[in-house]
Design a protein around this ligand. Structure first.
Ligand code: ZN
Length: 253
């Protein structure tokens, strides 16, 4: 049985979005979480912009690696991947990677970006993923959710008004990396693009590690696709911004 809140607040159709802002904590998250759907949206003429919160400089286990060099490598990898996915514009906030994100600052930056670009949909990692231990992910997801909830209210982050950046309300938020999906997007035609986009991140997923990740993602996707009568899917929790405040049934939507 559907939760009662769905009669009052239907779950929006992700593929109906025209202008999508995809927010990722690190270079590579959008590909893993939503790459096939991003490719599908951009192939059908939709505008997709990627906002990356950190510079990715902590993406190594080698003490001798230089953070600045890692960040430069990962930016180049993301530029290559964005071309495959059809993401036309990349915005970098360049906060230091590694678990020290200043919550209120990134919330203000995300709010300003939403108000400037005026997307109808925002994609971001789900901050309510039960066992997610990386605070870059939890803070990015929550800051984005709060920015989506409040970006239409002029007194929230009011500095934007002084700069002539007007409030803007979005239609929907789509969480990737979610434990509570309510939307399965048919990814059969763009799955290979997603895998190729992951391959662009050679500094993170070379050799066996990359192969294992792609095998896992494909097996998980096939399992979820059984319900949808298609070959491969990507899973999202899609909500209106109204769902994001006070409603105890939202997790069940
Ligand atoms: Zn990440």
């Amino acid at each position: 049985m559907k939760p009662r809140i769905c009669n009052f607040l239907p779950v929006p159709e992700l593929l109906s979005a025209e202008n999508i802002l995809c927010i990722q904590p690190h270079p590579d998250d959008m590909e893993i979480g939503a790459g096939a759907t991003i490719a599908r949206l951009s192939r059908s003429g939709k505008q997709v912009t990627a906002l990356t919160i950190t510079d990715g400089s902590a993406g190594t286990y080698q003490p001798s690696d230089k953070p600045g060099e890692i960040a430069r490598t990962r930016k180049a990898e993301t530029e290559n991947s964005a071309k495959l996915l059809g993401v036309k514009k990349l915005i970098w906030l360049d906060y230091a990677d590694g678990g020290n994100l200043p919550y209120e600052k990134i919330r203000a930056d995300i709010t300003g970006t939403i108000r400037s670009l005026k997307p109808d949909a925002v994609m971001v990692c789900d901050p309510w993923l039960p066992y997610e231990a990386h605070s870059d992910h939890n803070r990015t997801g929550l800051a984005a959710a709060e920015a989506c909830l409040l970006s239409g209210m002029p007194q929230f982050c009011p500095d934007d008004l002084q700069k002539g950046v007007m409030p803007h309300s979005i239609e929907m938020i789509a969480f990737y990396y979610t434990a509570y999906p309510n939307t399965l997007i048919d990814a059969s035609d763009t799955w290979e693009i997603k895998l190729a986009a992951i391959d662009c991140h050679n500094s993170q997923f070379s050799g066996e590690k990359g192969e294992k990740l792609k095998e896992y993602l494909t097996a998980r996707s096939e399992e979820q696709a059984e319900k949808e009568n298609c070959r491969l899917v990507e899973a999202f929790k899609v909500l209106t911004v109204t769902h994001l405040h006070i409603f105890e049934e939202t997790w069940q939507c």
